[in-house]
Ligand binder design. Structure first.
Ligand code: C2E
Ligand code: MG
Ligand code: MG
Ligand code: MG
Length: 292
């Protein structure tokens, strides 16, 4: 718009800027209120072995009841939190809460193999934050190998020089590190090379239309082969139908996650589901009966 109409274009731009910062303030206020009023919650989405359907993990996903944030997408909320210092508080709340759930499940004999927790890449260079994470992982009442941290490459990605040793010392405790949304960042291979993760989570955009989109299919299998040669596990997220699952089995993807298996379930529903799963002691088929 600016290029077509230089004069009014400036006004349009400024107006958009004002609106943008208003929206941002509204979201920041919503996040602050949610933290204060206990309006955040976690949902958990099962991750299963592609071959057997056995439950391998659950990913904790943030949910929010705050009225200002009702119609805002979670990645946008996280993005806004990342632009302020709020992300540290949000991520720490998520970590503590996810670990508390894990502890409760362990105590109840509900054996979830692993809980996977998203942390903002920005936090990798926040040494105070990473020290706190380290202390928490050192004091767990269960093996740290039952915790995975998922890091997404973002524009606010920490300097790898700082991030790498932070992740390394967590890995030395046994904590797993996953590169989330793999393949969509601008430097996926650089991060793979420098951060030595245990897992890559291939972004769901690559699995969309994988049976008709030859390029997507090729990229998924190439990423899988590469990861396996590097000794890494491959998780594909966003699996929505049986054809995608069949394709992923053929390409030897290790684990899958997506609506085809289950939507993210509110903690309470996930706990009930885990109880049923443990008592059956079988593989996960569809659990879409329990929806978000
Ligand atoms: P992500 O970590 O890649 O999480 C996967 C997202 O894909 C989730 O969206 C999940 O609900 C959605 N999803 C799962 N299976 C399917 C499927 O089969 N089809 C489709 N279309 N979508 C599927 P959600 O919960 O809206 O989260 C969006 C992003 O926000 C996350 O992407 C993550 O980057 C961020 N996020 C969510 N919770 C947290 C958190 O606790 N901390 C941080 N730092 N980021 C979080
Ligand atoms: Mg994730
Ligand atoms: Mg992802
Ligand atoms: Mg994402």
């Amino acid at each position: 718009a600016c290029r077509d109409k230089p004069l009014s274009g400036y006004l349009v731009y400024e107006d958009g800027l004002v609106q943008g910062s208003k929206a941002r303030l509204e979201i920041e206020t919503g996040i602050r209120e949610a933290l204060e009023n206990n309006e955040f919650d976690l949902s958990f989405q099962p991750v299963v072995c592609a071959k057997t359907g056995a439950l391998t993990a659950a990913e904790a996903l943030l949910r929010c009841e705050n009225s200002r944030l009702k119609s805002v997408r979670m990645d946008h909320i996280i993005n806004t939190a990342e632009q302020s210092s709020l992300i540290a508080e949000v991520d720490m709340w998520v970590i503590r809460t996810a670990l508390a759930h894990m502890q409760k499940w362990c105590a109840a004999g509900l054996q979830l193999p692993k809980v996977s927790i998203n942390i903002s890449a920005k936090q990798l260079s926040n040494v105070t934050f990473m020290d706190q994470v380290y202390d928490l992982m050192q004091a767990l009442p269960f093996a740290p190998s039952r915790v995975q941290l998922e890091v997404t490459e973002t524009a606010r990605m920490a300097d790898v020089e700082i991030a790498a040793p932070q992740l390394k010392r967590l890995q030395n405790l046994g904590v797993h590190i996953a590169l989330d949304d793999f393949g969509t960042g601008q430097a996926s291979l650089t991060y793979l090379q420098r951060l030595h993760p245990d897992v890559i989570k291939i972004d769901r955009s690559f699995i969309t239309g994988v049976n008709t989109n030859h390029a997507n299919a090729t990229m998924v299998s190439a990423m899988t082969v590469m990861a396996h040669c590097l000794g890494l596990k491959v998780v594909v997220e966003g699996v929505e139908d049986e054809e995608q699952l069949t394709f992923l089995r053929e390409t030897r993807c290790d684990e899958i996650q997506g609506y085809y298996i289950s939507k993210p379930l509110p903690a309470k529903v996930f706990t009930e589901w885990l109880g049923v799963f443990v008592s059956k002691n079988g593989a996960v088929e569809h659990v879409t009966a329990f929806e978000d």
